[in-house]
Design a protein around this ligand. Structure first.
Ligand code: HEC
Length: 62
């Protein structure tokens, strides 16, 4: 019984590290693509070129 559990756990660990990390990296890469294509014209560098006070930066007081 213990052996089965450790084999299952090992499987979960392998799947987590093997499959999730590249997927997350790809998400970040395509997110950057989407942002550069659709948002960067007005939000270059996280700023707002149209309405200067509506930046994409998080408020620091939270
Ligand atoms: C045509 C220019 C333009 C484009 C393109 C644009 N935005 Fe904006 N964005 C604005 C303006 C102007 C505001 C401020 C609107 C308001 O609240 O009056 C704003 C506000 C925002 C806010 C809220 C900021 C705050 O402090 O309330 C977010 C988040 C945001 N934009 C994200 C995006 C994302 C993500 C994209 C791309 C999918 C994008 N914007 C594309 C002009 C643009």
């Amino acid at each position: 019984m213990k052996k089965i559990i450790s084999v299952l756990l090992l499987g979960v660990v392998i799947c987590t590290f093997t499959f999730n990390s590249p997927a997350l990296a790809a998400d970040a890469a395509s997110g950057a693509k989407v942002f550069n294509a659709n948002c960067a014209s007005c939000h270059t560098g996280g700023k707002n070129l149209v309405q200067a006070n509506k930046t994409l930066k998080k408020l620091s007081c939270y």
